[in-house]
Design a protein around this ligand. Structure first.
Ligand code: NI
Length: 176
């Protein structure tokens, strides 16, 4: 695995549409792992391929399992993390609404309040190129839909009701 450079807002690549993959080959798996490395190094919870300069429909999300957060608190441990490698993701169902504070590794130093669906069902190809359907809710739905926006050139700042400079206490969920 290798670190890649994260593209910052102002670079036109962040505003372009990513292309669908024909298949997930070894080359894409290497990109997935590099994206994971890069995201972890930057303390992020998600990363989309355009953020490392590649117009491919690929996202990585790694975040706490919302179902384990309360239990982990009771047991005084870190919550379990869930990791998703998704290529060609498409939202096929969505439900409800939630609003929360988001940041983005490509928009460092800023946060904003964004409305997202509470629950989404996503069809995609996984790390092995196998078709998968996943259902996620709460923060995982936020993170995955934030990353999917990157694939069509949309940043959270386009959707946020307010964008302000980040203060320490705003960093609830980490950037994606
Ligand atoms: Ni982002």
């Amino acid at each position: 695995m290798a670190l890649r450079k994260i593209v910052i807002e102002g670079d036109p690549i962040l505003r372009k549409k990513a292309r669908a993959l024909e298949k997930v080959s070894d080359k894409e798996r290497e990109i997935f792992l590099d994206m994971l490395d890069t995201m972890r190094e930057a303390d992020g919870v998600g990363l989309a391929a355009p953020q490392v300069g590649l117009l491919k429909q690929m996202i990585v999300v790694e975040a706490s399992d919302p179902d384990d957060i309360e239990k982990a608190k009771e047991e005084d441990r870190e919550p379990l993390k869930l990791l998703y490698f998704l290529a060609n993701p498409e939202i096929i169902e969505e439900e409800g609404c939630q609003e929360g504070v988001e940041g983005c590794l490509s928009v460092p130093g800023f946060v904003g309040t964004v409305k997202r669906p509470m629950k989404i069902k996503v069809k995609a190809l996984d790390y092995h190129g196998e078709p998968v359907e996943i259902e996620v809710d709460r923060f995982l739905a936020v993170a995955i839909s934030h990353e999917m926006d990157h694939l069509r050139g949309v940043l959270f700042t386009d959707k946020a009701s307010d964008v302000k400079e980040e203060e320490y206490e705003d960093s609830i969920h980490g950037d994606s």
